[in-house]
Unconditional design. Structure first.
Length: 252
């Protein structure tokens, strides 16, 4: 059931986003032996271009792109295309791979202070309704709200009955990490489109290389982090070469 959370105000609607493009793309070889995965082409348009244009549909035209692996190719593509119509800023991670959490922290100086923002992964394609995620985020007065689903994976985030993040589970190894105790949990897959309040930067205790999952689990102990279930839209992880054919069928 879709809930109407009321209109979004200009101040509550994200106008800036960070697209994670710095990964080595080891699962996407041999393409990534010579190119960054973000420039892999799906029906004539790169993953990066498709994500920038996806964000534009929701009024997000200020985009930070972090770069490491073949950074020069990404920068060149952005310059030649003039950002595909968006203002695109580069967060340079060529000195070290920082993972998603470290990449977020590194990009802080490029984000407008006090304004909410979105993050997404360059190798994920979706038509998830960002306005729905933003309304959910506002309604729940959350620090962070992420899109989640019931798709099958080996690693799940754990939520209580109120969609509040409680922990993480690897069903392949049996490992669990619990941030807050609850009588029952629901496991959901992390779908890599996330709304943040800017104040998250006031609560990050980590430095250097760390993952967003580690950050979520740490913050969930003392802050409200929510998962919004989405269904009925398109979503694909273009993580492996064989995923290209799947993505091209879903996103003509």
């Amino acid at each position: 059931m879709t809930m109407d959370h009321g209109p979004l105000t200009i101040n509550s609607r994200p106008r800036q986003a960070l697209i994670f493009c710095a990964g080595l793309g080891t699962r996407f070889k041999p393409w990534t032996d010579q190119h960054p995965k973000a420039l892999a082409v799906i029906n004539g348009r790169s993953l990066l271009q498709r994500n920038i244009e996806y964000l534009q549909q929701y009024g997000i035209t200020r985009v930070i792109v972090n770069v490491h692996h073949f950074a020069d190719q990404i920068i060149d593509a952005i310059e030649k295309s003039r950002g595909w119509g968006s203002e695109v800023l580069i967060s340079d991670e060529t000195d070290a791979v920082l993972e998603t959490g470290g990449g977020l922290l590194k990009a802080r100086p490029l984000l407008t202070p006090g304004e909410p923002f979105l993050t997404c992964n360059a190798d994920i394609l979706t038509d998830l309704d960002i306005h729905a995620l933003t309304r959910f985020h506002k309604e729940n007065d959350a620090l962070i709200s992420m899109a989640v689903s019931e798709r099958k994976t080996s690693r799940y985030l754990l939520f209580d009955a109120e969609n509040t993040l409680c922990g993480w589970r690897n069903i392949a190894t049996g490992e669990e990490r619990i941030s807050r105790a609850t009588s029952t949990t629901r496991q959901r897959a992390y779908d890599c489109v996330v709304a943040f309040n800017y104040e998250v930067f006031d609560h990050i205790p980590f430095t250097g290389k760390f993952s967003l999952i580690d950050l979520y689990l740490h913050l969930a102990k003392t802050h409200t982090i929510k998962g919004m279930e989405h269904a009925g839209d398109r979503w694909v992880d273009v993580g492996k070469p064989e995923s290209v054919a799947v993505a091209e069928k879903m996103f003509p």
